[in-house]
Structures are given as C-alpha cells and as structure tokens.
Ligand binder design. Structure first.
Ligand SMILES: Nc1ncnc2c1ncn2[C@@H]1O[C@H](COP(=O)(O)OP(=O)(O)O)[C@@H](O)[C@H]1O
Ligand SMILES: [Mg+2]
Length: 406
C-alpha cells in the first residue's frame, strides 16, 4: 500500500444499482474510495494503471461476469483483494465467489425493492468496512516476512480520533523512562500527530525532514532528528503539516524501524486512527500492541473489529493489551460489557479526569503534573505490566508474624 490510506476501487457490473452501492460505501479513517466505475472493463483498466489495494465489485443476477472478473484479478493481481457487493439472495453465490478468489460477499437489498433506510445503510456500510479490513489483513498476512526482534516495540492503536492514543502512548513512554528504561517515542500519526505538543516539546526536525534529507539512514544521523523530553524519552516528531504526510511512505517507515530498533530497549509508537499502511507496517514490526478504546457503543464495536483484524494479521492475543479509557463515564456501558463485546477483559482502566485535561493544557505529562491522580496511577500500572513486575511476596514483617503465630 502507498500513501496513508487503503485505496479502494468500486467497479459495477451491468444491472447494478449505482445509488444503492454508493449509499453503503464506508466513510472511515484509513479508507479512500478512489473511484466508482460503471463497467468491469473500466475497472480492469484502472486496476492495471493504479495503486489499488482492494476492489469492491457491485453485481446482481447470475453474477457470471463479476466472477470471471474476480478470477482474472486473483490471477493477475494476487495482492489485491476482491469483495462482491451482491444485490439479491447470496445463497448459492458464496461458494462460487470463494472458488473464483473473492475474499467475501456482502449482501445488498434486492435491486428494485425498497431502498434501505438509514439504519440498514449503516449496518451494511459497517459490514463492508469490516470485510475490507479483514480482506486486506488476510492478504497482508500471506505476504508478510519474518519479524526480527531486538528490544520491545509497543504500537498504540485506536479505532477513532480522540480515544486517548496520544495520552496513552506519551504517558507509557514517560513511565517507562521514569523506571530507568531507554525509550524512543515515534509519532506515526503522520497528518495530525501531536505527541510532541502534548509533552511540551519545542518543534524540532520531524520524520518528514528525515525523509527529504535523502541519503542513507543510520543511527548516528537519526540522533539529529530526535528531541529529548525531560523524562529522557527521545521523540521522533510527526510532520509539522498534514500535506507532508504523503512523503513518508511505507518502505521508508520499515527501514526506519530496522535502523532504530537495535539502539532502543523500548520503542513506543503513537498512531493515526484505523489501519493506515504505515500503521500496518508498525504492527508487523511490533512485539506488543496496546489497543485503546472508550466505553461508547461505536468505539466498542470498532475496538472489537480492530482486535479481529489484528488476529487475522497474525498478532497473538497475548501480545495485545486493551486499555479502556474514560472507563468511569456514565454512558450505560460497564467494563463488564467491554469484555462481553470485545471478548477480552481490559488490562487497564483509565478514568475520565480533569487532571488529564489540565496536564495537557499545561503541556506536561500527567505523571509529573498530577502523579498521585487515579489516571496517573492507572498509566503507571500499565507501564509496570510491560516491565513485568514480579509477583508480590508477603512483606518480611508479615512473614515473621505468620511464623510467630504458627
Ligand atoms: N481519561 C481522560 N480524561 C480526560 N480527558 C481525556 C482522557 N483521555 C483523553 N482525554 C482528552 O481527550 C483528548 C483526546 O485524547 P488523545 O490522547 O489526543 O486522543 P487520540 O490520540 O486517540 O486522538 C485530549 O484532549 C485529552 O486530553
Ligand atoms: Mg493522537
């Protein structure tokens, strides 16, 4: 994948209801619909010409043409995923679709029938989004190479903006540094990264400056591009402007990880919402994933989808930690519900707190501005869980007491 988005082409077979298909196309972070073309032939030409990660094929009736098209794509462009959007009953189609190399089939309402209402549209659009993520994750897994590991690399993920990824990644980095570890924070939210700002660091050279500097990457050169926080955390800042993000491609990001990993015990990566290509590259290299979600229904649904996507990418559940932010919000969803929906218990619960807002306004880590707050304690607890604290033993005094009473 190139750029910062998953690029998706929509090709419509004869007889497909264009309005219906357009109504259910997902508008989600990380997904860019590059075009909707009215024939499979045009779709084929677009595929041959451009960088496209997945094709949605609108079809109906026998779908013979669509299946032939799918077979062609599987043979000619095996790294592109094909998903069918089928108007009508999918009974009998699913088997043929899989045989032709399609990743999935999403059913649309029957052509000529009642147009779907807004809730139905949203449901189908969510289904298309999930199918796209999973298809691309599966392809990706098939083509990924072996991972070489050095220190630990924690990638902080979250399905939406504003869930607390930057709070968690910056705090985790600071907490690890406070525990005496050598830590680098990479801000991979290439368009809107604000980790440095949040930490109160002055603007400095960014990952964009590193890309445009040209020449080869080595640890010594990289030193010039890192700013240093008072905690000792080194930070590679995100580009200063959104338009600079496109210059940072996936190949560069991979190379960057290769150079940086051997010289740091811990790399913490802050990310943009969703599964942008550079985020997928980070997940590939990571030893650990920290998924941050909030307790509202859309975020939970997306957190679950994110966890499923990670599983399809081959990330084992034991390498993932789940952080539930604003866990005390009175929105009618409890941490137990989180487990029921996502299938796993939260590894850390982060309460909503004014102290967080205050610390961010003061451009200070909450760990230093409000070290005894509940939020700071939860964040230190999270860092400790990475450091692997030893099982607590009864204190010596308690042991003596136990011996005496025996
Ligand atoms: N637990 C919390 N309590 C209070 N404010 C929070 C909490 N978590 C996040 N925020 C605020 O929400 C905003 C978004 O958080 P941020 O970490 O930047 O999210 P993301 O990186 O996922 O977009 C920030 O202004 C932050 O101060
Ligand atoms: Mg952020």
């Amino acid at each position: 994948m190139t750029g910062t988005q998953m690029r998706v082409l929509v090709a419509l077979d004869e007889g497909t209801d264009r309005d219906m298909v357009e109504a259910v196309l997902p508008e989600e972070p990380g997904i860019e619909i590059v075009g909707v073309v009215d024939s499979l032939d045009r779709g084929w030409r677009e595929l041959a010409g451009g960088t496209i990660d997945a094709v949605l094929v609108g079809c109906t009736g026998t779908a013979d043409q669509a299946l032939t098209f799918t077979e062609g794509v599987s043979a000619q462009f095996p790294d592109r995923a094909v998903l069918l959007l089928y108007s009508g009953s999918v009974n009998g189609l699913a088997g043929r679709a899989v045989a032709s190399g399609a990743e999935d089939v999403v059913a649309l309402p029957m052509y000529g029938g009642e147009p779907p209402g807004p809730r139905e549209r949203d449901r189908i659009s969510d289904e298309v989004h999930a199918a796209l993520l999973k298809a691309v994750a599966r392809r990706h897994r098939a083509s990924a190479g072996p991972v070489v590991t050095h220190g630990r690399m924690i990638v902080v993920l979250g399905p939406k903006g504003g869930v607390g990824k930057t709070l968690v990644s910056t705090s985790l980095a600071v907490a690890l540094a406070n525990a005496g570890e050598n830590v680098l924070l990479i801000d991979l939210d290439l368009q809107f990264g604000d980790a440095a700002l949040t930490m109160g660091l002055e603007p400095h050279k960014t990952i964009y400056d590193l890309v445009v500097s040209g020449g080869s990457l080595d640890a010594e050169k990289l030193d010039d591009y890192l700013s240093v926080h008072e905690s000792g955390v080194q930070v590679l800042q995100a580009p200063a402007r959104p338009d600079q993000a496109a210059a940072v491609d996936v190949a560069f990001v991979r190379q960057l990880f290769d150079v940086l990993r051997p010289s740091h015990d811990w790399i913490v990566v802050d990310t943009s919402p969703g599964f942008a290509p550079e985020v997928i590259a980070a997940i590939d290299t990571a030893t650990d994933i920290c998924m941050v979600g909030t307790v509202d229904a859309p975020s939970l649904k997306n957190t679950k989808l994110g966890l499923e996507t990670l599983e399809l990418m081959g990330v084992e559940p034991e390498r993932i930690k789940l952080v539930v932010n604003r866990s005390d919000s009175r929105v009618g969803i409890s941490p137990d519900d989180v487990q029921a929906v996502t299938g796993r218990a939260a590894d850390a619960l982060l309460p909503s707190s004014r102290d967080v807002a205050r610390s961010i306004n003061a451009a200070q880590s909450i760990l230093s501005s409000h070290p005894t707050s509940a939020a700071a304690r939860a964040l230190r607890g999270l860092a400790k869980s990475y450091l692997g604290v030893k099982q607590r033993r009864p204190a010596a005094s308690l042991k003596r007491l136990m011996r005496r009473s025996a």
